[in-house]
Design a protein. Structure first.
Length: 1138
């Protein structure tokens, strides 16, 4: 009997087939299948299944109901059901391979593609990527409830799909198929306007296609979006790519021609091992055992033993000896298993390991499983030695183990890690104290062989008193070696304390160390002992002298001098570059001393000063680097001694060096308090996270901070962290997720009475809704944020919100409200020379243009040019010139309009303002169309359309489509014109209502063309014109009615929005529509109304439509001067008559 062939498909609606026949499942059965298949070949507990199937409303007998569902699914799967879906404590597992489950095949193919790309086999990478994408039918499991499939899982799959699309595009670039890649990347950048990787790939593809200028413009458009909306710069990688393009892009020409495979890029080879210990003795047996790991190709080896026994020294010595056996590099992590800081979790370790393997922070996925999968993929074909030092227990290791042979993971721990031996087959090497010979050799290396030979009995006694423990021997030997006297004198002093014999009990190996350290500590003067104890107040590894100075409440230089006394007695090894070096047990000793000698109040005050030192230093670093500064900065605590920075490079270097201790400080505050420092620090770190750390760090710590705030009932802290998470998701392109966080922040901030947080959440919510094309929902967010900033008397944010509100109201066609906001912004700004004033003047001029108040619009723009020159805002200069072109065109001055549009195009290209380039090209095209130069018009519109499509400039796309409809009308192609107008209406309705009256007016005029038979002569041999004629005949009878309806709607919308000239034009078109319909009375009334409207505007005839032609002077446009003063003189002379 043949085994039935099963197929499970998750990449789309859930689909289960047996031998090509669909298996019918109920809703709950489908949900059960989905959860199990998402974790195929892994046990899903009954508790997890209950939660996924019923969320917070489980039935009374949830476990029994799950068992019943499992039985039902097994029956539905036929005879093989019991083997496919098996019981395994504490739940169930469904067994499937890549041939049965599309998700597994999809993930395997993505890994294959990634591996091939790493090897430089781009053809194979493209092939695997395309195969993966072919499996993607639709949104995974879209037919199932949110309960069964968590949003995090949907996001993981969506991210994998996006990564696959990006990978195929990159492979296309590398194999000479860059033009195909450009098309896909245009779609990706439009759908993800803030995701940096597709923008970077598109820049490369455009450069490879000989379109470097467009690549540079793409970068500028992305950068401006990020700066305008978030106040942040692109990542360092993207900035570097931009710089290489500016230098000519020679380094980007690595892509292979179509028929050749590109050479494999050089992979980074990590060399992260710390230096080998200077004094290393004995351990021959342990080294032999470790060597045997290589002979038997063990993938996991453990070095276990008590504290201070030399496990790390053994691991590093052996790792350096065998480094050449691992040509792809060596990774090293201090896992902090027995440190006072929280142990390093796999969630913290994986991003560090991935960066060590060459992953940029922005390329590291958020999900834990995705990080592990990527880590194992990168190690799959490499020979890498991974050293995990000081591991707490087995659970911290498993997710960090490679899945394939070749690499070796070496772990040190005080724990025996029996779980790794039993379940994972780890090879364990136990490390005990030194034998007498090795211990004496270690003492000889420290005090000199002559001293040991002079008194061998005293040396042997010293070894006994130190319990043969390497750390204690090193401390004692260093003390003796630096002082006159003898080993016997030191032994007598140590023995007189009488503590080693009394306190040496099982599990307290560090007492020998404590006795030895007591001697060193007791030799310090009081102020040096206090300085040493201050190190014990530091969270984390305690390596920062400035932070220790804050803990001690003393000057940093004074503290460094005192710590050098501790260095002399070998409590510290070094105090250079502001970071002392010491053994972790010495740090524990410092903590013991501060606990014993300092009061609880003194210790709490010291910790608070340390936390505040990091908080204020982070704020200063962000401000110096031009990044986000926290919303509510608490005043500095006396004695916190925050760092100041000379520039961005200095700030970034400090942050990178201090990150481990900053993270430890956050963890310490989360566990021990003061709790507000958790969210204060995370809030202050927001932009530093973005620029210098993997996004997973930001998400993890912001989530932790929100949980801490929630435990303490701190709604301001919760709101702040929801705002932070909103920004993180926004920057990751997860706009819906960002919207959810901003809404939660808004709710919490309002309830807590935190006005600034509520304003910030509304501002973020409005920006997100605007990007989602939901302008009408964005407007009340802007209005409310503006009102709140006013109550806070926050002038800067009020200015920004007024300018943004004016622009948004203008796009919505609410001219009165836009005018009010623009005038209010100008009143607040006053006569200052500032970029904000120039932008407010441009908004006012555009409003006046729509109101047909052309002289006032021109006057506002003249002032704007003066402000732009004095403020150095060339960006605003370009926007003002384009606005001036609109004003001149509507006023019937096409000659001056063309000059303004061409100047705007030149300046916008100089400053790489892509949106302004689109609008300027459309302006030039429209003026030339009215002059009868249709061929030039089409060229300009094609160029504008390509830019707008690439940058996602929705308003620009509407303008292009309107101009293309005018061109089609002028060429007698009304059917094509109506097609353009239909798309323009869709876009305008969603994101640019201001242009809707023009869309409907142009539709009315086009339908009137159709009714009056103004089509160009047709060639019956061509299908195109025959299609246009057929469409015209079919709709001829209905055209006047449709034209009348469109004109009525255009007139009403223009009137309501205050667009006076457009209202007059629409009313004139309505008269023509009535006449074509045979309604002479309404036609006369509309003509009379239109004439009155034109008279009110001081216009005797309607300017604008393409016929009759208005000839333009043919001139050769001059080069604009490079300096602002000369350009201003030119503008005043040519655009304003002086």
């Amino acid at each position: 009997m043949l085994t039935p062939r099963l197929r499970f498909r998750l990449l789309g609606p859930l689909d289960v087939e047996i031998d090509g026949r669909a298996v019918v499942l109920t809703g709950r059965q489908r949900a059960l299948c989905a959860v199990l298949l998402l974790h195929a070949n892994h046990v899903v507990s009954v508790d997890r299944l209950i939660q996924c199937l019923w969320d917070d409303r489980p039935p009374g007998a949830g476990a029994a109901r799950v068992r019943a569902l499992v039985a039902e699914v097994r029956r539905a799967l036929g005879p093989a059901g019991a083997e496919l879906l098996t019981t395994r404590r504490p739940g169930y597992v469904i067994h499937a391979g890549p041939d049965e489950l599309d998700l597994l095949a999809f993930e395997n193919l993505i890994r294959d593609a990634s591996r091939a790309a790493s090897d430089g086999d781009w053809r194979a990478a493209r092939h695997s990527g395309e195969q993966a994408l072919a499996l993607w039918r639709d949104e995974p499991l879209a037919d199932l409830s949110e309960v069964a499939v968590r949003e995090a899982e949907r996001q993981r799959l969506a991210e994998l799909h996006l990564v696959a699309r990006e990978g195929v595009a990159e492979a296309g670039i590398e194999t000479g198929r860059h033009r195909e890649a450009i098309a896909e990347l245009l779609r990706l950048t439009a759908a993800h306007p803030l995701r940096e990787r597709p923008h970077g790939l598109l820049m490369r593809a455009l450069h490879q296609d000989g379109r470097s200028a467009e690549a540079l413009e793409l970068y500028t458009a992305l950068r401006r979006r990020m700066v305008d909306e978030l106040g942040m710069e692109p990542s360092a990688d993207l900035r570097d790519l931009h710089q290489r393009l500016l230098r000519g892009g020679d380094a980007l020409s690595a892509g292979a021609p179509p028929e050749r495979t590109a050479p494999a890029p050089e992979r980074p080879v990590p060399r992260q091992l710390p230096p080998t210990p200077r004094r290393f003795v004995g351990r021959d047996a342990e080294l032999d055992r470790l060597d045997s790991c290589l002979r038997t190709s063990e993938p996991l080896a453990l070095i276990v033993g008590p504290a201070g026994v030399g496990k790390s020294a053994l691991a590093l010595n052996w790792a350096h000896r065998v480094a050449d056996r691992f040509p792809d590099g060596q990774l090293f992590l201090d896992m902090r298993g027995f440190d006072n800081a929280e142990p390093m979790t796999p969630g913290e370790a994986l991003p560090l390991l991935l960066q060590g393997l060459g992953c940029a922070p922005r390329d590291i996925p958020l999900g834990a499983e995705a990080q592990t999968a990527l880590y194992r993929t990168l190690l799959a074909d490499r020979r890498v030695l991974v050293v995990l030092d000081d591991v707490a227990d087995s659970s911290y290791v498993r997710r960090l183990l490679p899945a394939s042979a070749g690499s070796l993971t070496l772990v040190t721990s005080r724990d025996k890690l029996s779980g790794l031996v039993t379940l994972d087959g780890a090879y364990r090497v136990s490390c005990d104290v030194l034998d007498s010979a090795a211990a004496l050799e270690l003492i000889s290396g420290a005090v000199g062989a002559e001293a040991v030979a002079a008194d061998p009995e005293a040396a042997a006694r010293l070894v006994e008193l130190c319990d043969h423990l390497p750390l204690a021997l090193c401390v004692a030997g260093s003390w003796i070696g630096d002082r006159p006297g003898s080993i016997r004198a030191y032994v007598r002093d140590l023995a007189d304390r009488g503590r080693l014999a009394r306190l040496h009990v099982e599990g307290e190996e560090s007492v020998a160390v404590r006795a030895a350290l007591d001697l060193s500590y007791g030799a310090l003067p009081d102020d040096a002992r206090h300085a040493f104890r201050s190190l014990g107040a530091l969270p984390g590894t305690g390596r920062s002298v400035p932070a220790a100075a804050a803990a001690a409440g003393t000057d940093e230089h004074r503290l460094a001098d005192l710590l050098r006394l501790a260095q002399r007695v070998h409590l510290l090894r070094d105090v250079e570059h502001g970071r002392p070096a010491w053994h972790d047990l010495v740090h524990e000793y410092a903590r013991d001393r501060t606990a014993a000698e300092d009061s609880p109040e003194e210790r709490a005050a010291a910790v608070t000063r340390v936390l505040d030192h990091y908080l204020q230093s982070v704020v200063n670093a962000a401000a110096t680097a031009g990044l986000y500064v926290m919303r509510t900065r608490p005043p500095a605590v006396d004695g916190s001694l925050p760092r100041e920075f000379e520039g961005a490079e200095d700030a970034y270097a400090w942050f990178d060096g201090e990150w481990d201790d900053i993270a430890a400080a956050i963890g310490h505050a989360a566990e021990h308090g003061p709790a507000p420092y958790v969210w204060w620090l995370v809030d202050a770190l927001q932009d530093l996270f973005h620029h210098r750390r993997p996004l997973s760090d930001w998400m993890r710590l912001a989530t932790l901070a929100r949980e801490v705030a929630a435990r303490g009932g701190d709604e301001v802290g919760q709101a702040s962290m929801s705002l932070s998470l909103g920004s993180a998701r926004w920057r990751n392109g997860d706009l819906r997720g960002a919207l959810t966080e901003y809404e939660e922040a808004e709710r919490l901030a309002r309830r807590a009475g935190w006005t600034y947080g509520e304003a910030g959440s509304l501002q973020g919510k409005g920006v997100t809704l605007k990007l989602l094309g939901e302008l009408r929902r964005a407007l009340p967010c802007y209005d409310r944020a503006l009102a709140l900033y006013r109550t806070l008397d926050n002038a800067k944010n009020v200015e920004i919100m007024l300018i943004n509100t004016a622009s948004l109201n203008l796009a919505l066609g609410r001219l009165d409200a836009a005018e009010e906001a623009a005038c209010a912004a100008l009143d607040l700004i006053g006569d200052t020379v500032h970029h904000n004033r120039a932008m407010a003047l441009v908004n006012l001029a555009l409003i006046r243009q729509k109101q047909a108040r052309f002289d006032e619009a021109a006057a506002a723009l003249r002032t704007c040019f003066l402000v732009s020159r004095d403020s150095g805002s060339t960006y605003t200069e370009a926007v003002a010139l384009e606005a001036l072109g609109r004003v001149r065109a509507d006023a019937g001055r096409d000659d001056r309009a063309l000059l303004a549009y061409e100047d705007a195009l030149a300046v916008s290209r100089r400053v790489e303002n892509r949106n302004c380039q689109v609008d300027s090209l459309v302006g030039v095209a429209s003026v030339k169309l009215r002059a009868g130069r249709a061929e030039e018009t089409a060229e300009h519109l094609d160029a504008a359309f390509e830019i707008a499509e690439r940058t996602g400039h929705r308003a620009g796309l509407v303008e292009v489509l309107l101009a293309r409809a005018d061109l089609a009308r002028a060429q007698g192609r009304p059917a094509d014109a109506l097609d353009h107008l239909e798309r323009a209406e869709r876009l305008a309705s969603d994101g640019n209502p201001l242009t809707l009256p023009r869309v409907h007016l142009t539709t009315a005029l086009t339908l009137l063309d159709t009714d009056t038979g103004t089509d160009a002569d047709t060639d019956t041999d061509t299908g195109t014109d025959a299609r246009a004629d057929t469409g015209t005949d079919a709709r001829a009878g209905a055209a006047p009615t449709r034209a009348r309806d469109a004109a009525l709607l255009a007139a009403a919308l223009a009137r309501d929005s205050g667009q006076r000239l457009l209202h007059a034009r629409a009313t004139a078109a309505l008269a023509a529509a009535h006449e074509a319909h045979g309604d002479t009375g309404p036609a006369h009334e509309a003509r009379t109304e239109a004439a009155a409207l034109y008279a009110t505007l001081g216009i005797g005839h309607p300017p604008g439509p393409p016929a009759p032609s208005r000839p333009l002077p043919h001139h050769r446009h001059r080069e604009l001067p490079p300096d602002a003063e000369s350009r201003l003189t030119l503008y005043l002379t040519e655009h304003f008559d002086g």
